[in-house]
Design a protein around this ligand. Structure first.
Ligand code: TEU
Ligand code: CA
Length: 540
């Protein structure tokens, strides 16, 4: 009997394929490279992998611009390489989730090539086309996340098309039932190929307002730089008409129905919205008939991570969706690596990284960890000349883009990190080399060993993966909560600070747990935590 609930409280390891492992000496990671490195991920104790897009693409947005949804880009390999990857992952007990980018395609996708060719072709309505205003300006005020108007003029159709991201990423028109059918066929193709689930890119951008109404200006109090850098005008608009449309719920139900024809499939949707992210994530994961989990940008934003903030985000999500399920991440391929983003005032890099890892893996929800996070890699410093990310190039130097978290993995203590024999597509940060997997492997006190140890601890204590959460302490630098699952109750306490802290034990009958890698001192009814310390105890 397949475990249909495997995703609840799972730990998903995110792979950015360009930067994981190169095997054919072109300086770019590939599917065979992933396959050879799967034992590293299985050895960590992760349950699943999420592979960022590897489909055919002109790579303007490094794979998030797909020109063929049902094939592998030659840079990454072939469909046979993907079959081999799945087989090896399954042999190692890892589930495979792929990243479907259904909101937009590349402008090189044959669907768009046809759609833009005339106003009367069979796919004329597959994208979002609109006439200009009488003065020639775009149909409305919608903005692209990557800068400028969300509308691009097409000189052949003499109309504008919508793009929420790059101009080379035209938005599909999901109001058109044929488009929905085509996307569900893509879903089915990969399910039949044996994938275990999906990460759904920009899931709340699938539909736009058919009346194309202007978005209102955002009132200053609500401005927040969590999904776009503050220099981006996108931050000054309230995005109610270009995304988050009610029609999406019906489409997600159709998408779910296809998943449910296969055993034990799960999907995690990415919700990009700096005002209502948690609410939308809650809506999409409630009812058991849409997606299984969503992740919002709350912990990917620059906002300082304080005990109060953690409790507030989890409570807000629970309030919005008592039956919904979140997926939390501190880092991914779009944001500054969290050990650097939250480095203010931190003197012990490794202790900070270990504490954050354990906090993340103790939260109620599913967890994504991003390649290199298990090594506590810092954000790489790049020069303008090294930049590859068009989003960074657009807003440099106010916003440095996303390349700093996308530099290659470091496996060996070699100048090329064991990543590639050729010049890599993004330079390897030399400061990363001493943190290579092979180096940390040999040091039981390393961050890598901590991730492995803590993942095992989490497995041994199901309350940490599946339990309810109740906050008991959020004062000063201390964060405490109780996770309960059936009769099992685990009290967790974290010291989110560079200084030692003491806390009176909030309940009697606490039996300290072992195996998580932290040391603390218990004196009478108090527990003393060192800087970045944590304490776990079972409530008898
Ligand atoms: O990201 C969606 C998204 O909201 C990001 O643009 C985010 O706001 C930004 O990267 C934060 O710095 C997804 C993918 O994760 C991203 O890599 C793609 O570029 C984007 O969709 C377009 O497909
Ligand atoms: Ca390669």
């Amino acid at each position: 009997e397949p475990d249909r609930d495997w995703w609840r409280g799972a730990v998903i390891y995110q792979i950015y394929p360009r930067s994981f492992q190169d095997t054919n000496g072109d300086g770019i990671g590939d599917l065979q490279g992933i396959t050879t490195r799967l034992p590293h991920i299985a050895g960590l104790g992760a349950d699943a992998i999420w592979i960022s897009p590897f489909f055919t693409s002109p790579m303007r947005d490094f794979g998030y611009d797909v020109s063929n949804y049902v094939d592998v880009d030659p840079i990454f390999g072939t469909l046979e390489d993907f079959d081999a990857l799945i087989a090896e992952a399954h042999r190692l007990g890892l589930r495979v989730m792929i990243d479907l980018v259904l909101s937009h395609t590349s402008d090189r996708h044959p669907w768009f090539v046809e759609s833009r060719s005339s106003r009367s072709n069979a796919k004329a309505d597959w994208y979002v086309w609109a006439d200009s205003k009488p003065d020639g300006t775009p149909p409305n005020n919608w903005l692209s996340i990557f800068g400028g108007s969300a509308w691009q003029w097409d000189p052949t159709r003499l109309q504008y098309y919508l793009h929420n991201f790059l101009t080379s990423q035209p938005d599909l028109n999901l109001h058109n039932p044929q488009v929905q059918e085509a996307l569900l066929a893509v879903e089915r193709f990969w399910l039949e190929r044996g994938v275990d689930g999906f990460r759904l890119d920009t899931i709340n951008f699938y539909f736009h307002d058919r009346e194309l109404r202007d978005n209102p200006a955002l009132v200053p109090e609500r401005r927040n730089a969590s999904t776009a850098p503050a220099v981006n005008p996108y931050n000054y608009q309230e995005h109610i008409y270009d995304k988050n449309r009610p029609e999406n719920l019906e489409f997600l139900k159709r998408f779910r129905a296809v998943m449910d024809e296969f055993p034990a499939i799960a999907a995690v949707g990415e919700v990009g919205d700096s005002q209502r992210g948690l609410e939308i994530a809650g809506e999409y994961t409630s009812g058991g008939d849409k997606v299984h989990m969503c992740y919002a940008f709350e912990f990917l934003a620059p906002d300082r991570l304080t005990p109060q903030r953690v409790a507030e985000v989890l409570r807000d999500f629970h309030r919005a969706a008592p039956e919904g399920w979140a997926c939390w991440a501190f880092s991914n391929h779009d944001v500054v690596r969290h050990v650097s983003r939250w480095a203010d005032g931190v003197t012990d890099h490794d202790a900070h990284a270990k504490l954050l890892a354990s906090l993340l893996m103790s939260l109620r929800g599913t967890v994504c960890i991003y390649q290199g996070e298990e090594l506590a890699l810092a954000e790489a410093e790049l020069d303008y000349e090294d930049l590859q990310d068009p989003y960074g190039i657009q807003f440099w130097p106010d916003f440095k883009g996303r390349d700093g978290c996308r530099t290659p993995m470091v496996w060996e203590s070699l100048p090329d990190g064991g990543f590639s024999s050729a010049t890599p597509w993004l330079p390897i940060s030399q400061s990363h080399i001493p943190r290579a997997v092979a180096v940390q492997e040999g040091d039981p006190a390393s961050v890598l060993h901590h991730y492995r140890r803590f993942l095992a601890f989490r497995k041994a204590n199901p309350a940490l993966a599946k339990g309810e959460i109740e906050f008991v302490e959020t004062r000063g630098s201390l964060l405490g909560f109780l996770r309960s699952h059936g009769n099992e109750k685990v009290f967790c306490l974290f010291n989110m600070s560079d200084e030692a802290a003491t806390k009176e034990l909030p309940m009697k009958r606490l039996e300290p747990l072992e195996g998580h890698g932290f040391v603390s001192e218990i004196l009478d009814h108090e527990v003393k935590l060192p800087a970045w310390g944590a304490f776990f105890a079972r409530l008898a």
